[in-house]
Design a protein. Structure first.
Length: 239
């Protein structure tokens, strides 16, 4: 089962990385992660298509609220361990490229002659990754934010805009597709972007799988999945 999801429109792209509950048997939700991720993505796609000027944080907050409404009668949404997702959005609006990054799914932008990563690193900066510690700081200023049951988490995302004319291409990644850089520290963001640009997402993921198969350990010492879902969307903005 793949908990990643990507959806792309004429003027926008979205990548999501669903997170399985740390203790699924106690998370209060009868649905699996893809159920939540697909509904969140569908709600976002509708809003980004029909309300193109809507502030991205508003679009995400409304999408989280709609997703919650779809299962609030069957699930305990007060449980902080409910299925969650990262969300990364890129949208072309008039003379701007708007972006939003919530969680550890990076956005890379080829901007003004350099590769600029847009990162939400709050999850990586936690001091304690035990179940109780993580649940205590999820969706709080002391910890990190994800899209699950709190619409206002959308307003804590990393967000902003680039002048559209200064950007020639961009990439949206789940952390499974960025781990050659941020988990294993084997290549730079620039090299990862070059692989995407020259060889395509399939090549990046193939190279990542080879490294995983070799048993490389994360450089930060954290326990990570040996094999993680990986999704990459490359957007070429030059006609």
């Amino acid at each position: 089962m793949n908990d990643d999801y990507a959806v792309v429109g004429l003027e926008w792209a979205v990548v999501l990385d669903g997170a399985t509950a740390l203790k699924p048997e106690k998370n209060g939700c009868i649905h699996d992660v893809p159920w939540v991720v697909h509904r969140l993505a569908g709600n976002l796609a509708q809003l980004l298509t029909t309300a193109s000027d809507l502030v991205l944080a508003d679009a995400l907050a409304e999408s989280i609220a709609h997703t919650c409404a779809a299962h609030e009668k069957t699930c305990d949404l007060s449980n902080p361990d409910s299925p969650s997702s990262t969300v990364t959005i890129l949208r072309h609006r008039d003379d701007f490229l708007d972006y939003l990054v919530l969680g550890d799914s990076p956005l890379l932008v080829s901007h003004a002659g350099k590769i600029e990563p847009v990162l939400d690193e709050r999850m990586a900066n936690l001091n304690d990754y035990s179940y109780d510690a993580v649940m205590a700081v999820q969706n709080t200023p002391e910890g990190y934010y994800v899209a699950n049951t709190m619409p206002d988490a959308a307003y804590q995302a990393v967000h902003g805009s680039f002048p559209a004319g200064s950007v020639d291409s961009a990439a949206l990644l789940t952390d499974g597709a960025s781990r050659l850089v941020d988990a294993f520290q084997l290549i730079s963001w620039e090299e990862l972007f070059r692989i995407l640009s020259d060889e395509g997402p399939a090549s990046l993921i193939t190279q990542t799988r080879k490294v995983e198969a070799g048993g490389v350990v994360s450089s930060d010492g954290r326990t990570r999945k040996h094999h993680d879902d990986a999704t990459a969307v490359f957007v070429n903005l030059v006609p």
